[in-house]
Design a protein around this ligand. Structure first.
Ligand code: ACM
Length: 261
């Protein structure tokens, strides 16, 4: 399975340009799975809820969704990306959309909100679940969810072979932690970060780049730099993530002792 990610450098609020450059970045390759960062089209630091609401989308609406749906159809690929999702009851979620070529989609709403995200977003209601794409089980978590090992574990125990992980990383530890998340669960992880800085809402954030694709045995299959935006690709074999054997006598899942945890 050929996969791709795009580490971007969005201009805050510039949805059309941010989406168009993401589409342009992957237009020449043939991939079955393409992952973009958390909040990749809007930027991250919202001044307040009103600003976030104005940039948020209802599911199945907006320039971002329409462009990603078209991209999915053209590439016959699953597209995963982060976006601010508004709901009919006035809440905003920090969500990830997964669109399939037939236009069907799944949404994951970020469970563990980071820092001042709590002033803007509601904690996700979806929880962690997996879905099937071309016979491969896919799970999604978003950025700070990495700090809670239960997130990746819950997805892996449901059979996830690939965990897509749209991110806007500001802490340095996540790329290393994702090697462990992949290794302890025997899954592929695709962490897709952004680069650059945002100085808004009384804060100054630096995003650390270092998007990373990790194999079930902990090997790093590809990594982006700290300050370049750009596309990264890898060929993966999702069947490897079905085998949880460490050696003939150890199995990552069968050897668990949940009665002691
Ligand atoms: C983060 O969860 N975007 C730091």
């Amino acid at each position: 399975m050929k996969i791709s990610l795009y580490q971007n450098n969005p201009v805050f609020g510039g949805i059309k340009d941010n989406v168009d450059s993401a589409v342009a970045a992957v237009k020449n390759g043939q991939y079955e799975l393409i992952v973009f960062p958390e909040l990749f089209a809007t930027g991250y630091l919202f001044e307040n809820k009103q600003e976030a609401w104005a940039l948020a989308d209802l599911p199945e609406s907006g320039y971002t969704f329409e462009s990603m749906k078209k991209l999915s159809h053209e590439k016959q690929a699953l597209i995963v990306y982060g976006f601010p999702e508004k709901s009919g009851d006035g809440q905003i979620f920090n969500s990830a959309m997964a669109i399939s070529p037939d236009g069907s989609f799944q949404i994951y709403q970020k469970t563990h909100l980071f820092n001042t995200e709590k002033n803007i977003f509601s904690p996700g209601r979806t929880g962690f679940s997996v879905f099937d794409f071309k016979g491969v089980k896919i799970g999604i978590m978003i950025c700070f969810d990495w700090r809670f090992p239960e997130a990746a574990r819950k997805l892996a125990l449901q059979g996830a072979q690939i965990i897509c992980h749209p991110s806007n990383l500001v802490l340095p530890h996540c790329p290393s932690a994702m090697v462990i998340r992949a290794l302890e669960n025997g899954v592929y992880t695709i962490t897709v970060d952004r680069i650059g800085d945002e100085n808004r809402a009384g804060q100054s954030l630096h995003f650390i780049g270092h998007s990373r694709i990790v194999a079930p045995d902990g090997r790093i299959l590809g990594e982006s730099g700290e300050s370049e935006s750009g596309q990264l690709e890898a060929e993966i074999d999702p069947l490897l993530a079905k085998n949880k054997a460490v050696n003939p006598l150890n199995d990552l899942f069968n050897d668990r002792r949940p009665e002691f945890y």
